[in-house]
Design a protein around this ligand. Sequence first.
Ligand code: HXC
Length: 257
Amino acid sequence: ADYETLLIERHDAVTLVRLNRPQALNAINSQVLADLTAAFAAYDADREQRCLVLTGSEKAFAAGADIKEMQSKGFAEVFGTNYFAGWERVTATRKPWIAAVAGFALGGGCELAMMADFILAADTAKFGQPEIKLAVAPGMGGSQRLTRAVGKAKAMEMCLTGRMMDAEEAERASLVARIVPAADLIADALKTAATIAGMAPLAALANKEMVNAAFETGLSMGLLFERRLFHSLCGTEDKTEGMSAFAEKRAGVWTGR
Ligand code: HXC
């Protein structure tokens, strides 16, 4: 499919999605949301595709929600249309996906990156929630996901001052999984995605579900959820294959069953 605001490449079982509104530093407007929703739904439905990388340009992952689009929208319109609720369809993606961030990830751009299963950051990455400078506040999850990622002190300081965090600080604060030299970002992200894509598909879904459960449940329910999902995986053909392959010192060959 062709998208107005995205460029899509297939690298074997990995889908690479690039945000492509260079004239606006990849600011996220309604078209970007519509395109991402469609691209992620297509990825989730495609049995051949096993991991996805979302990236922007060297200068900007995304410089925020599109301020020029929001400029004329008042309360009745945004509340009435539940503006930004569409992101729930992106976060409902069941298969793994990675945000590969270079340059600015501000406002909605930071929030979009935080929707990913994890963030790989180029050493040029800058994260921030500067909405307060526009007399608003995060609206796509920033106050919740940033706080869960880096804790109250840093999240509160970032939201109240609108300052940016560089890649080093973001890694120290556990906002990002790893920092990569900017020139290697896409290659590293594709390699990491290929590693994930090489895992048994049901195990990938289950690992993602159980880590996410840690953000939704108390510890005892989370541990029970984990144990039950582990029990479920023991009923798969791929578990038999995975453990046989280990014993026979060979690579497993997955059926996704
Ligand atoms: C619309 C944007 C934009 C945005 C940049 N542009 N960010 N357009 N929405 N969020 C446009 C600029 O208007 C400009 O267009 C072009 O992209 C290049 O940007 P410059 O500012 O000229 O680039 P530079 O000087 O390098 O500065 C980069 C920057 C700055 C520091 C990232 O662009 C910036 O501060 N952007 C806004 C960041 C921000 O506040 N994000 C949060 C948005 S609110 P022209 O046509 O002039 O060339 C949000 C929250 C949503 O995301 C929830 C709240 C309801």
